[in-house]
Design a binder for this molecule. Sequence first.
Ligand code: GDP
Ligand code: MG
Length: 185
Amino acid sequence: MLPLVALVGRPNVGKSTLFNALTRSRDGLVHDEPGVTRDRHYGVCRPEGKPSFAVVDTGGIAGEDEGLAGATARQARSAAEEADLVLFIVDGREGASALDDEILAWLRKTARPTTLVINKIDGIDAQAARNDFARYGFNDVITVSSAHRQGIDELIDSSLARLPEAGAATELDSDPSRIRIAFIG
Ligand code: GDP
Ligand code: MG
């Protein structure tokens, strides 16, 4: 079974766009109007020469317009709770909002490994965006532009490093039971 990465965030931060960038799918629909996204919820990220992992767009599940309290939002929450890694997506242009704070508080309770992903950094100062979210206290922060595929490879590498099953497939030498043979001469 592939490790699962959940995309979590308030409406319109770019979850579906990031989902498409990660899964390279063209069949997900991205809309300007929040809450109207009708897309695939699950996909697979298959980076070349690296382990694959599954991706779930929890906004797609929740329908997004119901917020965290909505009935179908429960499904999105359980998807995030089952994930091996949560990518908490925020909007670098708009900065931190009350709904971001609310999602953050919930994520802290779930205690899943979480990376803060600051999206929409195309044409803005990425460092200023980082500063704006510094109070969220994340050790793992990646800035991306999902729409322009900036920072996506870095996000994939960072995610793989935090997914133990995926990482195990690339680091054969990390198994201490393996016999090491040195050719000297
Ligand atoms: P979701 O509601 O979180 O799934 O967000 P969407 O993926 O539907 O995107 C919402 C809006 O933000 C759309 O108009 C996207 O084109 C736009 N958007 C998404 N990613 C980026 C980005 O990296 N840069 C910019 N400038 N706009 C983006
Ligand atoms: Mg969406």
